[in-house]
Every structure is written in C-alpha cells, then in structure tokens.
Design a protein around this ligand. Structure first.
Ligand code: ZN
Length: 426
C-alpha cells in the first residue's frame, strides 16, 4: 500500500510493481498509447482519416507527432469516433456546446469504460471515508452512468450508502446527524456550510466536484465545518475522473493510468515545460468505446513542478486558471475565473454572475448572491475586485463603471449549473 491510493490504482491498471517511478510509468503509458493508436486507427472512421500518414507511436515521446482532437470533432460526426458495435455501448452522453455550430457533442462509453471511472472514484474516496461513515451528496442521483450514479456505485462498492439530495437538506436534521463526508459543487456546498456551519462533531471532509473551484472556497469550508477539503477535477469527455488531491492538498494528482496528459501552448500546440500554464490535453489509454487522442480540453492550467509531499510519482495539476473562451470582454480580457477568485474569498458570497457592456466607459455588471451577508458588503466586494489589476486600472482612469447588485436569494438548485456567466451586452 502506498501513501496515495491513486498510486496503487495506477500500478494495477498499467501492470506496474509497487514503488514504480516515472520511467516505469511512462514506458507502460507508451505501450498503451501505441495500442490505442492502432485500435482507433483500425476501428474508427474519424481516426482512420485523422491518423492517415502517422506512424504508430513507439513511446510517449512520439505523442507530439500525432494530431489533436477538438471539441468540434465530437460535435461534427460523433459516431465516426466510435470503435465498437452499437450493442456494446452502455452509455451515451450529449453535451451542449457553447460554440455556434449548434451540434451538441456526443460521447459513447462501454460498460468497461465506466468501470475505470468507478475504480478511480473508489480509489479517491478511500482516502476520505471509512466504512461506517455517513455521506451526503449534493447532487441528484440522476440517470444510470451519470456522475451521481457512478458516485453511488463507487460508494456502495466500499460499503457506504450515501444520501443524495435533489434539494438542499433540511438544516435541523443535518445538524442533528451531520454526515462525515459532503460531496458537491462549490456553490451548493458553500451554501450548506453557511446554513449549518459550526455543528459540533460534524463534517470531517468535503469533496468538491467542479470544472473549476474558485480561490478561497476551500478555506471558507474548512473554517465553517473544521473539515478537510478535497478537490476533484474531471470532465465528461474523460468519463469524469481526471485527478484529485491527496491528503497533502498540493494539487490534483492526475489519473495517469487511464490518461496521458499534456500541457500545450494554446496557439502553437507545442508542449510547455512543467510549471508553465497552457491548455490541458489528454489521450485516453484504456477507453474502448470512444478513445480520444490528444483531446484539447479548453482548460488552462499547469503541471506543478517537483514531487508531492505524499511521495507519489503521479504528476499534479494546479487549479484550473481559466477556460478558453471565458473572457468577460473588458480590460483586455479579464476572465470570469479572476472575478470569481477575487470575490469568493469573502464571507457571505455564495455565487457571482458577470456581464459586460462595451462603451465609454464600459459597464461591468456584477450580480453577487450573498444571502445573510453583513451590511456594507458592497464596499468589501469593490475592494476585493481591485485585486484584479486590469479592473483596478480601468476603474481608476474612468474607463470602466462597475454596477454591483447584491441579492439575498439563495443560490441555484442542488446539482444545477453554475450561474456565473457572461451576459450579452445590451
Ligand atoms: Zn500527493
């Protein structure tokens, strides 16, 4: 057994000995990469064309010679990427795209593909819960094969029955018997913590599942419940499981048994060194139904240099700095993530919406959901917003007017989409 259970999973997945190092891992990944290339090229119409003229990679060093796969490819003709007969497909996911093509992305998973996600969930959860723990999931249980269902199956397989909530749990019963572990999206977990914080002998750990967790959220949850906070990163395209932090809480250890991760310059597509920010791309190493080769995620982050304190050889992904396309449109491209990071650290902030109208001056409208916030929070919010340097500069020279609306309504429903979005100018 390693200090990090994800090491054990990776060793089992890739057939490595305990105590494996980076060289062992990359050798095994290289063999898988070659197998995925040959599988996809032989069985998918899309990859037969896309990989035409490419030599089969001999190792991970040959990855950069392969073409990327884009989100648009999953929308244009998703069935062309499928590698197995329809009868072997166990789950189909349709994802709306934010682009203008109008076509949703579609993803296809076999039962075995979903088993790898389950194994990853089991591994990550094993460092957060014990067999007798109570678990509250702030997500609907949802459809078979969805995030809620996979979490439930992973928890059951380690002997735990979780409570899933379609609505926010009742405060009194939550306080009477607080769960040991709470799983959910940052906005909903923050709201629950605001309403029930301070209950003695309560929540011991939180697992945040989100595209991106704003700065300050983990600290606020730790302060409210006195708990340990884990962050999971993943996306539907990878079947959810990308990486999760260990108990050292110093970045998300990547699930390198099932995926080969790269950080590339978004403009040139060239790999950037560890420590530098770029777009995350991944290649599936075990997916049978719809393997993806060098899929560009649109998430901007970096690999944290050096080894984690837990001793794991698995690389760690820093927080997602932003999503490509998440620019608000003012001050040379301030991102929603930067506004999030500035405001979510403030006690009372439950959710944020942003909209920008170009003009002279430009007008940035911020709707902040802050139920139960102290009077005068507006001044604190504006002061916090000044942490975003381009906004501070634009406000100082009169080029930007900030319109702040603070509402006391509770945030959106459990399992609902984040409400943060760019509003159309007008
Ligand atoms: Zn670690």
């Amino acid at each position: 057994m390693s200090a990090n259970p994800l090491d054990d999973l990776t060793a089992r997945t890739l057939g490595l000995a305990d105590g494996f190092g980076r060289a062992d891992l990359e050798r095994a990944q290289g063999a898988r990469l070659r197998a995925v290339f040959l599988w996809a090229q032989a069985r998918s119409r899309f990859y037969r064309r896309r990989l035409a003229g490419c030599a089969a990679p001999a190792g991970v060093g040959d990855l950069a010679a392969l073409p990327f796969t884009a989100a648009a490819d999953l929308a244009a003709d998703p069935l062309a990427l499928v590698c197995v007969p329809q009868g072997e497909i166990d789950r189909v996911v349709t994802l709306e795209t934010s682009g203008t093509s109008g076509n949703p992305k579609r993803l296809f998973f076999t039962a075995a593909d979903q088993e790898s996600t389950l194994a990853y969930f089991r591994s990550g959860l094993s460092q957060m819960v014990a067999a007798t723990d109570r678990v509250q999931v702030l997500l609907p249980q949802g459809r078979p094969g969805g995030l809620g269902d996979l979490l439930d199956r992973a928890l059951r397989s380690i002997g735990l029955r979780a409570r899933f909530a379609e609505a926010m749990p009742d405060d009194a019963s939550f306080r009477r018997a607080p769960p040991d572990l709470v799983i959910g999206a940052p906005v909903q977990v923050l709201e629950l913590a605001r309403r029930t914080g301070g209950c003695a002998g309560g929540v011991r750990a939180v697992l945040l599942c989100a595209d991106r967790v704003p700065e300050g959220v983990a600290e606020r949850l730790a302060a409210a419940w006195g708990c340990e906070v884990f962050e999971d990163w993943g996306m539907t395209e990878m079947g959810y499981g990308g990486g999760v932090d260990c108990r050292a809480h110093d970045g998300r250890h990547l699930q390198e048994g099932d995926f080969l991760f790269e950080i590339v310059d978004p403009a040139s597509g060239r790999a950037v060194p560890d420590g530098e920010f770029g777009e995350v791309a991944f290649t599936t190493l075990s997916r049978r139904g719809m393997p993806l080769i060098r899929y560009r995620t649109g998430d901007i982050s970096r690999i944290l240099p050096g080894r984690c304190g837990c001793g794991s050889p698995l690389r760690r992904l820093d927080r997602i700095a932003m999503r490509i396309g998440d620019r608000v449109g003012c001050c040379g491209g301030v991102t929603l993530g930067e506004i999030d990071d500035a405001l979510f650290g403030l006690a009372g902030v439950a959710d944020v919406r942003a909209g920008f109208c170009a003009g002279t001056p430009g007008r940035l409208r911020l709707e902040v959901v802050a139920p139960g916030a102290a009077a005068g929070i507006e001044a604190d919010l504006l002061a916090a917003l000044d942490r975003v340097a381009p906004l501070r500069a634009a406000r100082a020279d009169g080029g930007l007017a900030v319109e702040l609306v603070v509402t006391g309504d509770p945030p959106g429903p459990v399992g609902g989409k984040r409400r943060l979005r760019v509003e159309a100018p007008g």
